[in-house]
Design a protein around this ligand. Structure first.
Ligand SMILES: Cc1ncc(COP(=O)(O)O)c(C=O)c1O
Length: 379
């Protein structure tokens, strides 16, 4: 029975019943050598079509309301494969400037080598993206909520801009997760994720996902088998297992992040809080119109020494990744945005006092107590 409920899709979409025992969970098919006689498909791990790859693809296609999902060995494998599958020499692509640093580097270091032109657009105004369109523009790429200031871009307007100008639209949906935001429903063509974050959710899997229509999926797949960034059966199984609790985890993270952002917004040692669930966040109304939850990511500026603050935390762990069940904190000026000059950072609103919190599923009172003791600690 098919369900449109994300919680049910997390548990039931795309699993294989063990033909020998009829056990409750998908068996792990580790083979890299499959029969080619009298079979429907020629299975091979780098073709993204072995049993564990197929079941987890089916679950993710259902969760993102797409037709086809391809699972990769990392988020960057998914992103680079999508870009180089859909762009040709002589094409032009438009990217939001405010992207995950690794994607930004991939664009600036790789595109020109292959004769692909690009424009990085500042800000979130649709008109700025429209101005960047050239006769050879084929692709528009965005990320919302953005990192680290949680800016919200109008997904419907961007998808529409792409459609009316013959571009493929691509969105990185990592920060929101498919529980909070389904961009394909809003008109986006391709959704990519770093599955290393919320989809894996336990800080122990590195993977990536691209979800789209069957037609675009076929195009992406035809390049993907050449680039070879597939994920092995054991990791696919672990991802499938993690996805069963995605809705539970993300809903708890949404709720914890809302409570924590309200606590921080009223704290005397905090300057500013960036969280789309706060009514004074500039993208709050837009977020309400395109997200079903505001997510587990928030940023805030402390009035105290940010390094000492982080070192004083007892439960919240300093870590560069995000989306895990444990709460983690990072300093964007020292990590993701360290290669950008202090002046540039200041121009886009990233102060040296800014910290980015990935809220976990712990008891929210414990998290608040930890933040409070570190904020009030003698500096
Ligand atoms: C928003 C976003 N997109 C893509 C990536 C790249 O994913 P991966 O590290 O799995 O290659 C990351 C990694 O931090 C990310 O935060």
């Amino acid at each position: 029975m098919k369900s449109n409920s994300k919680a049910t899709q997390c548990v039931h979409s795309g699993s294989i019943v063990d033909p020998i025992t009829k056990g409750a969970v998908t068996p792990i098919y580790t083979s890299t050598a499959y029969d080619y006689i009298d079979v429907d498909i020629h299975a091979y791990p780098r073709y993204f079509n072995t049993p564990n790859q197929r079941v987890v693809s089916e679950k993710l296609a259902a969760l993102e309301n797409g037709e086809r999902a391809i699972i990769f060995g990392s988020g960057m494998a998914a992103i680079s494969t999508v870009l180089f599958a859909l762009l040709r020499q002589g094409d032009h692509a438009i990217f939001q400037n405010d992207l995950y640093g690794g994607t930004h580097h991939a664009i600036t270091k790789e595109m020109e080598k292959y004769g692909i032109e690009y424009t990085l657009v500042d800000g979130i105004e649709v008109s700025s993206y429209e101005k960047a369109i050239k006769p050879n523009t084929r692709l528009l790429y965005i990320e919302t909520p953005s990192n680290p200031l949680l800016k919200i871009i109008d997904i419907r307007a961007m998808a529409n801009l792409a459609k009316t100008n013959n571009m493929v639209s691509v969105i990185d949906n990592t920060f929101a997760s498919p529980i909070n935001q389904n961009p394909i429903d809003l008109g986006i063509d391709v959704v990519v994720h770093s599955g290393t974050k919320y989809l894996g959710g336990h800080s122990d899997i590195c993977c990536g996902i691209a979800v789209s229509s069957n037609d675009l999926g076929q195009q992406i797949w035809e390049s993907a088998i050449h680039f070879g960034g597939s994920l092995n059966a054991q990791m696919c199984y672990l991802l499938e297992r993690s996805l069963k609790t995605l809705a539970l985890r993300v809903n708890q993270q949404n709720s914890n992040a809302q409570t924590i952002s309200e606590f921080l917004a009223s704290h005397s040692k905090v300057n500013k809080v960036y969280y789309p669930g706060l009514i004074n966040h500039e993208g709050h109304e837009l977020a309400k119109s395109q997200m079903s939850g505001f997510g587990g990511m928030l940023s805030f500026e402390v009035k105290t020494d940010p390094d000492k603050f982080v070192k004083t935390l007892r439960m919240i762990k300093p870590a560069m990744s995000l989306g895990g069940i444990e709460s983690t904190i990072t300093s964007p000026p020292q990590t993701s945005h360290s290669k950008i000059s202090a002046e540039e950072r200041a121009k886009v609103g990233i102060s040296d006092y800014l910290l980015r919190l990935s809220v976990g599923i712990e008891d929210v009172n414990d998290l608040i107590n930890d933040l409070d003791q570190a904020l009030n600690h003698e500096q």
